[in-house]
Design a protein around this ligand. Structure first.
Ligand code: F6P
Length: 539
């Protein structure tokens, strides 16, 4: 069954939310904290090793009630059942959205199209496990009989960002293998990586769901040519593996059938790190840690599926985000993890969130008359504090931010950890409280400087506070954002699981590429015609 289609702005609750917004939009959050000493507890959720504090938001209990009513009015609960139940909710591509099936325990059946798909999933997981064990232990060897030292993941978008982000995030848990990621069609990217490699001890993992992506096929071809200057055709079977749904294309490329790790149409690229696309994760940290990542995601799935809306972490975060996006008209959201390990987390979320919810047509095919997907950006704290926090604190834009922190550091340096955590708490406190004219005067600030030193505060943040960065807690965190994406797509009445917006540029690039080797030019706008001619004169 498809998802219910309803323009959210035509619901009764939307009108109530609009009126409520007018009532509270100028209030300062601090006045609510002062009125209600229990606000921090009431607007926090403690679940497993997660503590999610959403009290520093421009919301009241009435806002939360209305947002919950909105979710109910657009049939969110029914949508959640369809999502987990394998319904064709990616209607524009005629596909189910079942990345959640990749994380179920072996005894749990998941039916898609009348077939239990759990056994297929576990067959591939077993293949991943065996392969990774053999590579990590050194049992599997390269063409000259040496054990592998390096692994190169060749992929782009969902076939790169998820694995690359997780491999870095879990580097504390890593083994001896050096992981490299080649994604950009920029030949300098692949050549810089090749410079570091020994062809005898490097394993190449070509990851492409479709196996038709220009970047990945170009990079894989360049790598194969480089490899063949050191080895022979038969050696490809020893050092190249592929992850794809497109077996025919993989075989055509020259990768051995036994080296193909399958995936399925019901796994979207940007949600695929849980599938064999995560092979490089499993190689980097070992299968058990990869499996723990999946287990964490599964726990979040169970929470999301079963918890009532008002205690449901992804639902709460999604609804608060809608509140800012559609009522406060906030354009962007910042993601600030207070751990260097999550250096690539915002980049990863950019694809997950913006490719999913960057849509302007609703589920009935009409142009939306309201805002949908936010801009996502961010960097780890404390680095971010010395880069763009000025604008968040004193700029003219409202930028809701997620602060993600971990109570324990992995290397156990308490001095650094305390400094990190003090910044983590101080920033959300400063964003909430600000600094008033009165305080500045009491500090004898020169009169002419006072206006520049005032912090209005009232800037919203969520604090996602987790005990420790482990494969399992990371799995929970990623799944939390995946479900937030789903909830927002449901409310905005858009299709979150297609990505037609990336197609046009690809097609035009194909045409322009042909023109480089031809005289004359196709019919372009004058600017593009000039630029192509200029490039041709320089190349
Ligand atoms: O950028 C568009 C896209 O289709 C993404 O959704 C996907 O993750 C990426 O390209 C890579 O696709 P593939 O895994 O098929 O090479």
């Amino acid at each position: 069954m498809s998802l219910h289609s309803k323009n959210p702005t035509t619901t009764e609750t939307w009108t109530k939310l609009q009126n409520h917004f007018i009532d509270i939009k100028s209030e300062h959050m601090m006045s609510w904290f002062n009125e209600n000493p229990n606000r921090a507890q009431e607007m926090s959720i403690q679940w497993e090793d997660f503590y999610v504090d959403f009290s520093k938001n421009r919301i009241t209990s009435e806002t939360l009630k209305l947002l919950k009513d909105l979710a109910e009015e657009v049939q969110l609960k029914e949508a959640i059942s369809k999502y987990f139940g394998g319904d064709i909710i990616n209607q524009t591509e005629g596909r189910a959205v079942l990345h959640t099936a990749l994380r179920v325990p072996e005894h749990q059946d998941v039916f898609f199209d009348g077939k239990n798909i759990t056994p297929d999933i576990f067959e591939v997981k077993q293949k991943i496990q065996q392969f990774c064990n053999e590579v990590i232990s050194g049992q599997k060897k390269g063409f000259s009989g040496k054990a592998f030292t390096d692994v190169v993941n060749i992929g782009i978008g969902g076939s790169d960002l998820g694995p690359a982000m997780v491999v870095e995030a879990l580097s504390f848990y890593k083994n001896h293998l050096n992981l490299h990621f080649v994604s950009n069609v920029d030949g300098d990217h692949v050549n810089e990586v090749l410079k570091k490699l020994n062809p005898e001890t490097t394993l190449f993992v070509v990851v492409s769901k479709t196996f038709t992506t220009q970047e990945t096929l170009s990079n894989a071809t360049t790598v194969k040519q480089w490899f063949l200057t050191h080895a022979c055709e038969d050696d490809i079977a020893k050092q190249f593996v592929a992850v794809s749904t497109n077996t025919a294309k993989v075989l055509e490329f020259g990768i051995d059938a036994k080296n193909i790790f399958p995936m399925w149409d019901w796994v979207g690229g940007r949600f695929s790190l849980w599938s064999a696309v995560g092979l490089s994760i499993s190689l980097a940290v070992g299968f058990d840690h990869f499996d723990a990542l999946l287990k964490g995601a599964y726990k979040m799935d169970v929470h999301f599926k079963n918890e009532k809306l008002e205690q449901n972490i992804p639902v709460i975060l999604a609804m608060i985000s809608i509140w800012y996006n559609n009522f406060f008209k906030a354009e962007s959201e910042a993601i600030i993890p207070y751990t260097q390990y999550l250096n690539q987390f915002a980049t990863y979320l950019q694809q997950a969130i913006m490719e999913s919810n960057g849509k302007g047509i609703d589920r009935s095919g009409a142009k939306v008359n309201y805002q949908t997907g936010n801009l996502i950006w961010g960097e780890p704290g404390t680095n971010a504090q010395h880069a763009f926090f000025q604008l968040i604190h004193q700029g003219t834009k409202l930028i809701p931010a997620d602060f993600i922190g971990f109570a324990k550091s992995l290397h156990g340096n308490q001095d650094h950890q305390d400094k990190l955590m003090s910044n983590f708490f101080a920033q959300t406190e400063a964003l909430l409280n600000g600094k008033s004219e009165t305080v500045l005067r009491s500090e004898h600030t020169p009169e002419r400087i006072i206006p520049f030193k005032i912090f209005e505060g009232n800037r919203p943040t969520n604090t996602i506070f987790i005990d420790k960065l482990t494969p399992e807690s990371l799995g929970k965190l990623i799944a939390m954002y995946e479900h937030k994406i789903f909830v927002q797509g449901v409310i905005w009445n858009i299709f979150s699981y297609d990505q037609f917006g990336v197609e046009l540029g690809k097609q035009l690039a194909g045409k322009i590429l042909e023109e480089f080797s031809q005289s004359g030019s196709e019919n372009h706008d004058p600017s593009t015609t000039n630029l192509i001619a200029y490039y041709k004169s320089k190349r």
